[in-house]
Design a protein around this ligand. Structure first.
Ligand code: PDD
Length: 286
């Protein structure tokens, strides 16, 4: 049985409990982070910590822990659950005001709720899934206008995954005004003649921590990077495509809406970037 963390306590998972009045449950009034673990160490931890602080401050939500405490909790959970490869999920909500009300409660009277748990994923750092690559479909992006805040409002992304599954694909890319915003739970990229193209940062997409690292490594390796919007039609004519996220690192995309990219196998540039990202991130893991 897993050990989880709930508001200052380490507990067996079946004893971790949150109130039915918690605003995370009633209003999706909560933010989250997912940090990967490789070799028992945390990947890109400072980035996830910084984005958590930003998400909280954009929503005027109190941060219940310092960055040092957060690192301590992550490490303790990884150790207690003996995670070699996997994920740490963290969620902070606006807490339990004891009733349902649209207005935010006074943070002095209603402390934030904080919950963390691990997910064991042996093979996460391996290449089996990446060598096969993902097939994606495109769907309308009907999410709200603050996608830069990592909230737990994940109903539409979940629906997108189900639409993909029904269509025999692995994931969905979201499209607004003809342009790809991002994947359901990842940032989206295409490759055209050795140029890596990905949408620029704005409120339209999540500022991926893996994205930041991958673009830095790509530039350091003298790869050509262009941050601009691209249409789904342009994507279908690309040489390669891929996604990035903490849970899948760099993942090649081999098909979009049934249109095969290149020869339909995982692209060499995406696989190279994955290798660089994994090597460098393992070195910097804490
Ligand atoms: N998802 N865009 C969206 C909409 C996401 O949900 C995610 C992450 C990303 C990639 O961000 P990062 O590189 O920081 O993981 C982009 C996480 C993994 C999830 O929901 O499980």
């Amino acid at each position: 049985m897993r050990t989880v963390y709930v508001n200052g306590e380490y507990l067996p998972e079946d004893q971790g409990k949150v109130s039915i009045f918690d605003r995370g449950f009633l209003m999706a009034d909560a933010v989250y982070e997912v940090t990967s673990v490789l070799g028992g160490k945390l990947i890109d931890f400072p980035g996830h910590c910084a984005r958590l602080s930003r998400s909280l401050s954009e929503l005027d939500m109190a941060n219940p822990v310092t960055d040092d405490e957060l690192l301590g909790i992550h490490r303790e959970l990884v150790a207690r659950n003996d995670i070699d490869e996997g994920l740490v999920y963290l969620q902070v909500t606006r807490g339990n005001p004891g009733d349902r009300d649209f207005a935010f409660p006074d943070p002095d009277e209603t402390p934030s709720t904080i919950v963390l748990f691990t997910q064991d994923k042996p093979g996460l750092g391996g290449d089996t899934a990446a060598r096969k690559g993902n097939k994606v479909i495109s769907i309308d992006d009907i999410r709200w206008g603050r996608r830069d805040i990592k909230t737990v409002q994940l109903l539409y992304p979940s629906m997108g995954k189900m639409m993909a599954k029904k269509a025999g694909a692995d994931d969905a890319w979201l499209v607004e005004d003809g342009f790809v915003t991002e994947g359901t739970s990842n940032n989206a990229y295409i490759v055209k003649g050795n140029k890596i193209i990905t949408r620029a940062l704005s409120r339209d997409i999540l500022h991926g921590i893996t994205r930041a690292a991958v673009l830095r490594f790509a530039r350091e390796a003298q790869m050509d990077v262009e941050e601009r919007s691209f249409t789904i039609d342009e994507a279908k004519q690309a040489d390669e495509a891929f996604t990035t996220s903490a849970s899948a690192f760099v993942m090649p995309v081999v098909e979009i809406d049934g249109v095969q990219l290149g020869d339909g196998t995982a692209g060499p540039l995406a696989l190279r970037l994955r290798e660089i990202y994994l090597d460098e991130s393992r070195k910097a893991a804490v």
